[in-house]
Ligand binder design. Structure first.
Ligand SMILES: Nc1nc2c(ncn2[C@@H]2O[C@H](COP(=O)(O)OP(=O)(O)OP(=O)(O)O)[C@@H](O)[C@H]2O)c(=O)[nH]1
Ligand SMILES: [Mg+2]
Length: 236
């Protein structure tokens, strides 16, 4: 899938403040400073779209971007940013949890993991929470331009073990670098396939007979965008 347009829509501070849930949505979350905003800029090809900062805790709101006038990318605040004020931290966590649990148009959460580090407790806890809440997610190992392959293999293995221990099939995993653009094509192909699946399901719900006749106009010509997502996960 190619990104033809990317526009900032709104910054929300609660579920009520989010835009109407009328397009498929994909959210990026992860520890502060892991590279969420940078990856959104890299994927959209717009350097200044999401604010990047070397100071952890920069993104404090739910930031919505409309892509190809067709789907939303959402830049979520980082978890694990130690807000000094406990009440503020609770409000902040409630905002993220409400969004993840209740946002009806949310298709998948991409959990960004710093590929330079072994599995961190905060990441493990968050992934376990997602599994318990039955929220679809994928892992994205970021900053691979700064990572030794052996370290990355080890960390991926730790998450695979976690999935086995929790009795679920492995979540899709990606590797990315916002410096080099590594992983961009795989991520966009994956999202494109999921958007196509949602659109096809909606067509079927609306008019089963018509949708049989329409064999899936993929206006990008990206070739079989409705491929099952698991087939586009890059090999480890
Ligand atoms: N080397 C390298 N640095 C990166 C990469 N992605 C992000 N960074 C750097 O990491 C820092 C944090 O990046 P952000 O994109 O702001 O991270 P974030 O996850 O949005 O951070 P918060 O909004 O504070 O939670 C910045 O200094 C980026 O330049 C990457 O792929 N490689
Ligand atoms: Mg950010």
């Amino acid at each position: 899938m190619q990104i033809r347009s990317a526009q900032f829509v709104i910054s929300a501070t609660s579920l009520d403040g989010c835009p109407d849930p009328d397009v498929p949505e994909f959210a990026f979350i992860g520890r502060s400073n892991v590279g969420k905003s940078s990856l959104i800029n890299r994927l959209t090809g717009q350097t200044g779209l999401a604010k990047v900062s070397a100071t952890p805790g920069h993104t404090k709101t739910l930031n919505f971007y409309l892509i190809n006038k067709d789907w939303h990318l959402v830049d979520l605040p980082g978890y694990g940013f130690a807000q000094k004020n406990l009440a503020a931290r609770e409000r902040f966590e409630e905002m993220i949890i409400d969004y993840l649990e209740q946002r009806e148009s949310l298709i998948r959460v991409f959990v960004l993991i710093d590929s330079r580090l072994p599995m961190q407790k905060l990441d493990r806890d968050f992934v376990q929470w997602l599994i318990g809440a039955d929220i679809d997610f994928a892992l994205v190992f970021t900053k691979v331009d700064k990572t030794k392959p052996a370290v990355l293999r080890e960390t991926r293995g730790q998450f695979e073990t976690l999935f086995q221990e929790m009795g679920i099939s492995a979540a899709p995993m990606f590797e990315s670098s916002s410096e080099t653009g590594a992983g961009k094509l795989e991520l966009l192909r994956f999202i494109g396939a999921e958007v196509a699946t949602v659109v096809a399901d909606e067509d079927e719900d609306e008019d089963p007979e018509e949708s049989n006749a329409d064999n899936g106009a993929d206006d990008e010509g990206s070739g079989g965008a409705a491929t099952a997502p698991s087939t586009v996960v890059p090999p480890s």
